[in-house]
Write a protein that binds this ligand. Structure first.
Ligand code: FPP
Length: 245
């Protein structure tokens, strides 16, 4: 989680190493067309494919997608089922692309909350791709940042109880090391589609120094061209990491 490569006062690399995305607006996209919400999610899955390809082409190494939040479990059952079957289809159909591009699949979130067959499929693809190092696709599933931080605190508390760590030794590194994917560098750029200006419990710790990019474009309409615009905006920004600029 510590900042890679750039020091205070230097501008960051022009291409973000890690992009995190809140994919929002599938429901509104469908509603505007008089279609069921699930059609919006289906079109959203096509955007997922397009953005994975765009990351590969642009040289973005890590892509984290907020695919299902801990809060999303309150949605109608049929919608949840539809989202899970889209995820399953994605894992089956797009696994080949991961292999061809040497991309490792990972999950952050409470994997155990997901239906058993989705867990199985995710574990299978994660295992099959774990040795790849060209890039990482990180799906946030049943993910919530407060849940992640609570899980981290619980883990640290157990280590204190077992005498492995003293309370005085707990610092930022201890917390970062106990998050779901501790070896993944913090996102450089966070994109949220659909005009909502919120972070919605997404990577609260990891986004501390990220550039935030909000666009009115709905997720199903967010494709390579829109992604390139976000990267261009990122390249124009000057990151100071707390230093003077
Ligand atoms: C937000 O739109 C989107 C989601 C909650 C789910 C995102 C899922 C996908 C893009 C499809 C499947 C994912 C993968 C990884 C294949 P919303 O429903 O909240 O839209 P609204 O705010 O307009 O109602």
């Amino acid at each position: 989680m510590t900042r890679p490569k750039v020091g205070p006062g230097e501008s960051g690399p022009k291409v973000p190493v890690h992009v995190a995305i809140i994919m929002d607006g599938n429901g509104r996209w469908a509603k505007r067309r008089g279609l069921p919400r699930l059609r919006g999610h289906q079109a959203g899955a096509e955007s997922v494919r397009a953005i994975i390809r765009a990351c590969r082409d642009a040289g973005v190494k890590y892509l984290t997608l907020y695919a299902f939040s801990v809060e999303n479990w309150v949605r109608p059952r049929a919608e949840i089922r539809g989202l899970m079957s889209l995820l399953k289809r994605f894992l089956r159909r797009d696994e080949r692309d991961l292999h061809e591009n040497k991309v490792r699949l990972r999950v952050i979130g409470r994997l155990a909350d997901l239906p058993a067959e989705i867990q199985q499929e995710l574990k299978r693809v994660m295992k099959a791709t774990e040795h790849y190092d060209a890039g990482q696709l990180i799906l946030a599933l049943s993910y919530g940042s407060r849940t992640e931080l609570s899980d981290a605190v619980r883990r640290i508390a157990r280590r204190v109880r077992d005498g492995e760590v003293t309370p005085d030794a707990i610092d930022e590194k201890t917390i970062a090391a106990n998050l779901y994917a501790p070896d993944v560098p913090d996102p450089d750029l966070m994109i949220r589609t659909s005009g909502e200006l919120r972070i919605s419990n997404f990577l609260l710790w990891q986004l501390s120094y990220a550039e935030l990019y909000f666009t009115d474009v709905l997720w199903p309409d967010f494709r390579e061209e829109q992604f390139r615009e976000a990267l261009a905006e990122y390249a124009r920004r000057h990151r100071r990491f707390g230093d003077i600029g």
